[in-house]
Design a protein around this ligand. Structure first.
Ligand SMILES: CC(=O)SCCNC(=O)CCNC(=O)[C@H](O)C(C)(C)COP(=O)(O)OP(=O)(O)OC[C@H]1O[C@@H](n2cnc3c(N)ncnc32)[C@H](O)[C@@H]1OP(=O)(O)O
Length: 185
């Protein structure tokens, strides 16, 4: 992983931007008995897979080709999901770097056969890297936020990006320091 935000190279032509709405996606699924954990509610891993699927579709659509999950952070489960819940997994590109994208995901649930408004049951932020046929990172079009909400999400994604890089750098430096001091853990 690169350790700093890379600026666009001057010798490479700019890729035209793409609006957020061009790749925004919702994946819906009814939860059944086979999705439950030992407590009888829906297994968190089932929801995480749907989150990764929806985010992957968004990343592929935005980048115009294959994209792989590089990281998933801040997966939050707000309320238990039950058998018979209709889940809506809403995903959009919040921010783009040179070859990576942060995708924000919200998970909503409603009873499958009732017309009550859905409630938010979870959220997550994932980083996807666009890759070429050999699995090497390739450049992505810059995302063009369209609404004030899109712009806020983009600003928040930049904060998360800065923190991810700073945390990674700090841990790397600590490990190097400990190795130099002779620790072999
Ligand atoms: C949809 C699916 O199920 S995919 C299956 C699960 N995922 C995978 O198998 C991916 C396996 N991992 C990989 O192939 C590689 O580690 C990659 C492609 C993600 C990154 O490759 P690297 O050699 O580290 O490339 P590099 O350092 O240039 O990083 C590429 C971009 O990803 C970002 N990135 C890489 N690792 C991370 C990470 N852990 N967290 C956040 N961002 C990351 C980098 O910051 C960089 O972004 P930028 O170009 O916008 O600045």
């Amino acid at each position: 992983m690169t350790d700093q935000v890379t600026t666009a190279e001057s010798d490479v032509p700019e890729i035209p931007g793409k609006p957020t709405s061009a790749s925004r996606t919702t994946l819906s699924h009814i939860m059944t008995q086979s999705d439950t954990n030992l407590l009888g509610t829906v297994h968190g891993g089932v929801i995480m897979k749907l989150v990764d699927d929806a985010a992957g579709a968004v990343a592929g659509r935005h980048s115009g080709g294959p994209a792989v999950t590089a990281s998933m952070d801040e997966m939050v489960f707000l309320e238990p999901v039950r058998v018979g819940d209709l889940i809506h997994v809403k995903a959009q590109v919040n921010w783009t770097g040179r070859t990576s994208m942060e995708v924000g995901v919200r998970v909503l649930a409603e009873r499958w056969n009732e017309s009550t408004p859905p409630t938010q049951v979870g959220s997550a932020y994932l980083v996807f890297a666009a890759v070429d046929g050999d699995g090497r990172p390739r450049r992505v079009p810059p995302v063009r936020p369209e609404t004030e909400r899109d712009r806020r999400r983009c600003q928040e994604a930049q904060i998360r990006r800065t923190h991810r890089l700073a945390r990674r750098r700090a841990i790397k430096e600590l490990r190097e320091k400990r190795a130099a001091e002779g620790y072999q853990d």
